[in-house]
Design a protein around this ligand. Sequence first.
Ligand code: GLN
Length: 553
Amino acid sequence: MIIKFAALIFIVSNLKMASSTKYIFVTGGVASSLGKGIIAASLAKLLQARGYSTTIQKLDPYINIDPGTLNPYEHGECFVTDDGAETDLDLGHYERYLNVPTSQANNVTTGRIYQYVINQERAGAYLGKTVQVIPHITDEIKRRIKLLGNTGEYDIVITEIGGTVGDIESLPYIEAVRQLKWEPDFDCIVLHLTFVPFLAASGELKTKPTQHSVKQLLESGVQPDILALRTEHKLSEGVKEKVALFCNISPKAVIEAMDADTIYDVPLLMQEEELDKVVLDKLGLSYGEEPQLVAWKQFLTKLKNPKQTIKIGLVGKYTELQDAYKSISEAIIHAGAHIETKVEVDWIHSEDINEKNAKQLLENLNGVLVAPGFGERGIEGKIAAIKYARENKIPFFGICLGMQCAVIEFGRNVLGLTDAHSTEMYPETPFPVIYLMESQKNISDKGGTMRLGAYSCNVKENSNAFTAYNSDKIQERHRHRYEFNNKYLGDYEKQGMIATGLNPENNLVEIVEITNHPWFIAVQFHPEYKSTVINPHPLFSAFIKAAADHHNK
Ligand code: GLN
């Protein structure tokens, strides 16, 4: 009897769990790059502000297991979570908006789905059965979608489906959504984002592409509940009604998604359009409190009313595609707004800079940031930029490879270690001041094998890093294979480059600083991943503040 009762409680609590989390799918149509990630993050922000614990998941329809092995030209930045997942850059937006960390479960790729199903097949999980896209792949997609809800942590899970409706790659995902819509106890709605082009010749906004895109979704058996229409011009009521009529949607659920000055305006624009209320109505949830978004609005006010403008140089090798440095540029925006300073970023290609032209390229800058990266290309340009910033006392911030280059530069030009280098670029260097981590030596696979995710670091007091963090214990995220060679640490410190941050377990150098310089900090980790609108990252804030001081001198 007791066992039966316990079983009943178990079933009931599971039923509750299965039915208590609500799901919102975000799909896209007509064109790519319409900003599904920003719409998803903005909606999540509003729902969070109404008291709903909300998270966002991204399903990416490519076959790579994760974007870790992708060239940034292909897919922009690779974002890294605390738990060491290499993920899509949209997860960066989710964290920057929600101020809540994401994890491995927040990003799923087709590669990961297939890998799991194929491993199951080899293990004999489907003995006797033909393994097929439906139901096996779609079942696995559905399982992954439910993982976050099943943690019991979230009232609402928003799942963004990458790509554009109609792509061959996204078909299994749309099919999974279709199946879920019919599952008892699974509460979900679909928000479809499309584009309404403006034809200048006729002076008209055209809705046909949206109608076609909805038809395409319908062909897959999915009726969207809400349409968000990306547009460069205001949509009249007439346009909204027309779309509503042709797409089987109530006019209230046709939402205008106007181009904005900054991506951080979008939550407020969505609030004006009452997207959050429409969503809550459809999910049968109460409105809760009207979002005040006080801190968010304060941030926007400061962002839009700067008291001064400064200029910093970002030296990297992917400057043609600024998405490659998304988290860095957003972290700069957060830090600038924090001190009411507009930060203009001069994107400097590392292959274009050398010791001869460094003065011309850098002398008018208030700060220099050298970006993360891999491989030989552009490395000497980064080193030349660092030399100029060091010698001319321009605030300098080096991140990951940027830190390694700062160490190489100091070794060559201050310690006189001719040809000092990282063994990544020059394995035979006589002075391997940066070398492969011990833990990396027996690794040959490239995917997911770096030192990834959050690790602790002890910060030395009386350092600029300590002043910035106001703490001697920090946790930051990593993505690297090489490290500072501690054999040289004594020599570096004698000459004024100090390790002010060390991993407490293995003494891996996490932060270096130069003492006779106003602000020269280089870090092995990636502070940019942890900067959010509400919590600008302390090191970015300190760097921008130092750059502003340089500007005002
Ligand atoms: N290529 C360097 C390493 O692997 C730096 C990596 C980075 O900048 N993310 O250690």
